[in-house]
Ligand binder design. Structure first.
Ligand code: PMT
Length: 403
């Protein structure tokens, strides 16, 4: 998981019981333990007999820092009841990998080993990450079992489609450990934006002078991507219009790549219908070259002059629409943050704007921001961008008119 979207508070301190059943994807469960621990979770592994054939209990013990449970008849649990001891105080049980057989036994409510007994006796949510061969996944019996589990309130994560250990290609691959950790983070995040649609811009724009040169800036996209991820975890549909950056698309986010401010404007306007919120995080170039040469410009002398013309202000245009969504602006300044940021908020008639000093927010993984709204200024402590993003979402959700 990328640190910039590392919103650790959602999972920190949670007791997550990880059930590992017997499939080749069990080796990925070791990495999953690490990813969940990285988010601050307290991970306890219940390993089935089949799972232990792929990865040893010792591996999970070393990675989780907790003893690993394998036996329903383990006398060290509460009054000799391992399933009670393990399930007590659990915030969630995640079975990953969940084999076809495990899904079938969970759907039937069987309780003939530690993992199934634990799942039957639980009083916390159950999530499963199926992992199996394509034909097993597509078999009507497996699909029936999944429908039963979904009907029982079990959350199914994945599977992915791709190359399988058996050499076939198709659906049935377990989600990658980082995707599963991200799904757990989303699971524990309050759905403050449920039913909403959010459009965001992020990253720099690139204004071409010729095929190899252009005007741009060092925005990494990290702040915008962190916000897109936070909005998706908070339950909204998210369209992210992104300038050129080297970042993976956050889970649950629809991403449209653009280069120039003009392209960004077109894609924002296309994504806007039905949007409840527009968040402009991008560092949009205020000016672009008046003309773009189709061929590489040759060096002709000691100086070169490029005429620049103003780009449209996307945020100002969206905020001025009669059907404007709730608009959140950003402002990066090198000095006088309060004056300039609040000035921009008022000039563009925005209900909310997030200000940051360039030295604090541009490029790095952390940021120090101040939120400005009609009530005044609200400084947030310096934190990873993922954490800052979650607080911005909380503030936004408080100001957002009821749907
Ligand atoms: O990408 P990172 O490395 O994580 O860095 C994050 C950031 C510093 C880029 C981000 O936190 C930030 O502050 N973004 C706004 C950059 C800025 O200074 O914008 P501005 O002052 O030029 O514009 C003000 C607002 O209008 C911004 O919301 C901007 O997206 C929007 N705008 C500006 C010009 C334009 N033509 N169209 C716009 O929509």
């Amino acid at each position: 998981m990328q640190d910039y979207i590392n919103d650790i508070d959602g999972v920190r301190g949670r007791k997550i019981v990880l059930g590992v059943s017997g499939g080749i994807a069990a080796y990925k469960a070791a990495e999953l333990v690490r990813a969940l621990k990285h988010l601050g979770a307290d991970v306890h592994v219940a390993l089935t007999e089949g799972g232990a054939r792929f990865v040893s209990a010792l591996t999970f013990q070393a990675l989780s820092g907790n003893r690993v449970w394998t036996d329903l008849w383990d006398g060290k649990g509460d009054a000799g009841m391992a399933h009670i001891a393990l399930g007590r105080g659990a915030d969630a049980i995640l079975v990953a990998p969940a084999t076809a057989d495990t899904l079938a036994r969970l759907a039937q409510g069987r309780a003939d080993d530690l993992l199934t007994t634990l799942c039957l006796a639980r009083d916390c949510p159950l999530l499963v990450a199926p992992a199996m061969n394509r034909q097993m996944w597509e078999h009507p019996a497996t699909q029936r079992n999944l429908a039963t589990l979904a009907g029982d309130g079990v959350l199914v994560l994945g599977p992915a489609t791709g190359e399988q250990a058996c050499g076939e290609v198709g659906p049935g691959r377990m989600l990658e450990p980082e995707e599963l950790a991200d799904a757990m983070l989303a699971f524990f995040t309050p759905k403050l934006l449920a039913g909403r649609k959010v459009v965001l811009t992020a990253g720099p724009t690139f204004e071409a002078i010729d095929p190899v040169r252009g005007v741009t800036n060092p925005s990494s996209g990290k702040m915008g991507y962190a916000l897109a991820a936070a909005c998706a975890r908070a339950g909204s549909a998210v369209a992210l219009v992104s300038g050129p950056v080297a970042l993976p698309t956050p889970a649950g986010v629809r991403r449209v790549d653009v280069a120039s401010a003009l392209q960004m404007r077109d894609e924002v306007l296309a994504a806007l219908p039905d949007a409840d919120v527009f968040i402009a995080v991008a560092a949009v170039a205020d000016y672009r070259p008046a003309t773009t040469s189709p061929h590489k410009i040759k060096k002709t002398g000691e100086t070169m002059t490029v005429e620049l013309v103003a780009n449209p202000d996307i945020l100002a245009e969206v905020a001025a629409r009669p059907d404007a969504p709730f608009c959140v602006g950003f402002a990066a300044e090198s000095q006088n943050l309060d004056d300039y940021a609040e000035g921009k908020r008022q000039a563009k008639r925005l209900p909310m704007l997030v200000g940051n000093l360039l030295a604090d927010g541009l490029g790095g993984d952390d940021n120090t921001v101040v939120i400005y709204d009609a009530e005044g200024r609200h400084p947030l402590p310096r934190a990873p961008k993922g954490f800052v993003a979650r607080q911005i979402v909380e503030h936004l959700a408080r100001l957002l008119p009821q749907a």
